[in-house]
Design a protein around this ligand. Structure first.
Ligand SMILES: [Fe+2]
Length: 182
């Protein structure tokens, strides 16, 4: 039996499967994300809090507004500076929860940390790919965009190991980092 395009059913089915398979994987990832957020929410509730209970700065929103005009600037600032900062500070925070005997919060932070490595990796990959397609040298372009669009300080100490796992080499941030506080 053939479909209206004249191709055998088997070929047509393989074509459909090729489209559906990655979408299924995407749905699986989103479901895992929902489950994780539900776990975070329960963890906060166990501490007598909830998401949004405490005031927070709106640096992420400000960065989104500042870079709304330019994909490269958005990738340079949000995943490669702000999310990368999470990689620097989360291990210390996790250790503090462990020392305080709160293993559950430490485990939640561990999960967030692993997620963030993936987020920084995705941002770096997209940034480098967009630079390549536009003929820019990635590191020099990143440093130029950070100087123009990042209002904060690229602050050491850096978690070079986690940043390296995400493909964010020292070459990027050593040129724009603030001097280390002694
Ligand atoms: Fe993230």
């Amino acid at each position: 039996m053939r479909d209206v395009g004249g191709r055998p059913d088997a070929a047509r089915h393989e074509e459909v499967r090729a489209v559906v398979r990655p979408r299924r994987r995407g749905v699986g990832r989103r479901l895992r994300g929902v489950r994780r957020r539900a776990g975070l929410s329960l963890g906060l509730r166990a501490l007598g809090a909830r998401y949004g209970a405490l005031p927070a700065h709106d640096g992420l929103w400000e960065a989104a507004a500042e870079t709304a005009h330019d994909l490269l600037a958005r990738l340079a600032v949000v995943p490669m500076v702000l999310e990368a900062r999470g990689l620097d500070v989360t291990p210390g925070l996790t250790a503090a929860f462990e020392r305080a005997g709160d293993a559950r919060s430490a485990a939640i932070l561990g999960r967030i940390y692993r997620d963030e490595i993936r987020h920084v990796a995705a941002g770096t990959r997209w940034f480098e790919s967009a630079c390549e397609s536009r003929g820019f040298a990635a590191v020099a372009q990143w440093q130029r965009l950070i100087r123009a669009h990042f209002k904060g300080v690229v602050k050491p100490p850096f978690n070079d190991s986690a940043r390296g796992q995400a493909g964010l080499s020292r070459e990027y941030y050593s040129g724009v980092a603030a001097p280390a506080q002694v």
